[in-house]
Design a protein around this ligand. Structure first.
Ligand SMILES: Cc1cc2nc3c(=O)[nH]c(=O)nc-3n(C[C@H](O)[C@H](O)[C@H](O)COP(=O)(O)OP(=O)(O)OC[C@H]3O[C@@H](n4cnc5c(N)ncnc54)[C@H](O)[C@@H]3O)c2cc1C
Length: 427
């Protein structure tokens, strides 16, 4: 099983009673609960709260071993997996669950100035960037210098759940968490922009919830720019092309530059190119098309699951969501068990149990079994589901304590700066 994310983890768990030896390979030593990663990036939670060591998860599963290694290539004809270091690994069945990375739509040069959020390293880098910006602004103001407005300007690109959560959390940091923490700047002067190319936020949600999310964000002071494209990003700002008429030129699309040190990319996904080795033509996002049992054409022993796979249900590809990945991981494992029992593999069908997104304290939207709700009830449902799905009792307990504390005090517990941060503040 390649990848210990949602799909890989549930595949290995489901193989617990199947008479096979399972090797789980991941380049990290932990399973990461990505839906709460933005809370690490915005100082609400610590890395420990949202990740759990894979070895601890499988310590009681005797047929499962974990190898921390980077997968470099796949050789389906030889039934081998190539690692960055060491001999290739042979398999009888292969479950590929390597997830996705953010995509910059052909502008990989934007990544330096506009980091995305996918791993713990990404989250810690963004957290440092946010906290360092406030420190630098305070330092300049304390010395009587003009504060670079870019330091207190945050631009989040992408109006999906991650972008909405990030923009809401940064606005809350500025207005609540950091209130009365500084003497020379007022964090309330912070400007937060959320930029989305489509005319709406949160594409999977019904129209009224998209609208509700926009209103809730604006209530937090976020400047939501819909129908707006990012056309350039560099170290000192972003250039946007928006829908209004440009008074100067009469153009129907208006260009605007926002000076900012803080651009956060939450706009697109792309599957790792090593999946080319499977020899199957991939879709625009690099996803591998799979058959009804989630295996690839010509190789019934190779399954691709989770974000890396393209599976169409009712004429549409399934979205990259944790429940889709979990159900697909389990399904691939069931197919392996069916092969061993001499039974037939069943076709996969995703059971959609609802979608939620949070915006901030007591602000969220939820769409569960046809029911649509927002605000505090949606936020409580979101909190409950996320705590329940976290791996590990310690993580659940500590996340609950942090959230209760945050709810009543507005304070975020994970705001320490260390390592090279001082240099970045002084530079
Ligand atoms: C910030 C963020 C917020 C999200 N919020 C939500 C949400 O609220 N609700 C929701 O349903 N979904 C959410 N998602 C999407 C959800 O997390 C993904 O759909 C899900 O993680 C996909 O599972 P996966 O197993 O396919 O991939 P992943 O969970 O990404 O796991 C892939 C694994 O493969 C490993 N790996 C990758 N490449 C290699 C390699 N070359 N060698 C070895 N190991 C490798 C990685 O270390 C990782 O452990 C969010 C995603 C992000 C990034």
């Amino acid at each position: 099983v390649l990848g210990g994310g949602f799909a890989g983890l549930h595949a290995v768990k489901r193989l617990r009673r199947t008479p096979v030896e399972v090797l789980l390979i991941d380049r990290t030593n932990h399973h990461l609960f990505q839906p709460l990663l933005y809370q690490v990036a915005t100082a609400g939670l610590s890395p420990n709260d949202v990740a759990h060591p894979l070895r601890a998860i499988f310590k009681h599963q005797r047929n499962a071993a974990v190898l921390m290694a980077q997968v470099r290539g796949l050789r389906p004809a030889e039934r081998q997996v190539v690692l960055r270091r060491g001999d290739p690994i042979e398999y009888d069945w292969l479950i590929v669950a390597l997830g996705s990375r953010h995509s910059y739509f052909g502008h990989s040069e934007w990544e330096r100035a506009a980091p995305g959020l996918k791993t713990l390293d990404d989250a810690l880098a963004i957290r440092e960037k946010i906290l360092v910006s406030f420190e630098r602004a305070e330092r300049a103001a304390a010395r009587g210098q003009a504060v670079d407005p870019g330091l207190l300007t945050f631009v989040v690109v992408g109006g999906g759940p991650t972008g909405v959560e990030m923009a809401g959390a940064i606005a809350e940091i500025a207005r609540q968490t950091l209130r009365r923490n500084f003497r020379f700047i007022d964090p309330k002067d912070t400007r937060v922009f959320l930029v989305e190319a489509q005319e709406f936020l949160l594409p999977p949600f019904p129209v009224e919830l998209r609208e509700s999310a926009r209103r809730q964000l604006e209530g937090l002071g976020v400047d939501v720019r819909l129908g707006t494209m990012v056309v350039a990003i560099d170290e000192s700002g972003v250039e946007l092309e928006g829908p209004d008429v440009d008074a100067a030129t009469g153009d129907a699309r208006r260009r605007e530059r926002i000076a900012t040190d803080n651009v956060i990319w939450a706009a697109g996904n792309e599957v790792p190119s090593l999946l080319d080795d499977l020899g199957i033509e991939r879709d625009r996002q690099g996803r591998v098309p799979v058959g009804p049992d989630l295996s690839i054409a010509g190789h019934p022993e190779v399954f691709v699951v989770g974000d890396a796979c393209r599976f169409e249900q009712d004429g549409r590809p399934l979205p990259g969501l944790a429940p889709v990945a979990m159900q697909q991981g389990k399904h691939a494992a069931r197919c392996v068990a069916a092969d061993l029992d001499g039974g037939a593999r069943r076709p996969f069908r995703y059971a959609d149990r609802g979608t939620m997104a949070t915006i901030g304290k007591a602000r969220a939207v939820a769409w569960i079994r046809g029911l649509r709700f927002s605000g505090l009830p949606a936020w409580l449902a979101w909190s409950l589901v996320h705590v329940l799905f976290l791996i590990g009792f310690r993580n659940r307990l500590s996340v609950m304590i942090e959230w209760i504390y945050l709810f009543f005090t507005g304070q975020r517990g994970a705001r320490l700066l260390y390592g090279q941060s001082l240099r970045r503040i002084e530079d």
